[in-house]
Design a protein around this ligand. Sequence first.
Ligand code: HEM
Ligand code: HEM
Length: 236
Amino acid sequence: MKKRLIWDLPTRLFHWLLVLSILAQYITADLLDDAVQWHFYIGYFTLGLIIFRLLWGMVGPKYAKFSQFVKGPRDVFEYAKTLFDRDSLPSVGHNPLGGWFVVVMIVLVLVQAVSGLFMTDDIFLDGPLRRMATDNVLTIMNTLHHVAFDTLLYVIILHIGASIFYGIYKRQQLLPPMISGKKPLPVDDEQYYGETQGIRHSHIGRAIIIALIAAASVYIIVEVFPPSSSATQYYY
Ligand code: HEM
Ligand code: HEM
């Protein structure tokens, strides 16, 4: 076996920052009193993370690209048939089933962050887009903010369960590569996978530009786009 770089540094950073953010969002909304302002700030950061990942899925290195791991029903079905096969060849990036899990998780966190922009704590704080929406939209966003989180919890439990299943049943350790970036693959991988696998580097420069674009997008959504309070005073 030879270790090859599969998960670039920005994708790994995205993953572990996302885990911390979701944990912090649960703590600031459900466990702590008076932490809603923090909940807002971390929510904006999470929105930025997701915008970053959506762009990185288009311009990032090979295994971070959606086109590499979002597969059609035939591939998913073929893969599902080998799920309990202990000797199947390890997938190099996300497997066809796991790829769809990734999409579902990213969409759920996006729904969570966007619906949050319309929420209120009913005391002091309104999400930045709250004033722009009708009552019907606010009701929908409130429902989404609760339902998406409950759904996300189940999906996360399945996600962690799947990685334990791969480690114990299939003897494929998925967690260490999400930390170091490197996955052990057969030395003659060209023979098994049809071409040499792995990426040479993480494209950090490109990731910084994408991160700046993501940060600017959040700034526009939160600070520039909503009607300013003076304009609203004028309106009243
Ligand atoms: C809040 C909790 C979590 C969320 C929202 C989450 C979300 C995600 C997402 C979106 C990806 C895809 C990464 C990418 O391509 O950008 C991923 C991959 C992965 N996550 Fe998590 N994750 C969570 C917690 C965890 C935990 C606690 C573990 C450790 C057991 C873990 C292990 C992994 C592994 C091993 C992969 C790579 C899977 C593969 O090899 O295809 N995740 N996760
Ligand atoms: C992805 C990021 C987010 C996650 C994971 C998240 C998660 C949660 C959770 C678990 C709750 C508690 C729901 C309940 O008690 O059933 C909550 C409530 C809330 N969230 Fe978020 N949220 C996120 C983003 C946001 C954003 C961006 C905002 C506003 C800008 C926001 C505003 C609120 C408000 C105002 C509440 C109600 C708090 C209260 O009742 O005092 N959230 N959120």
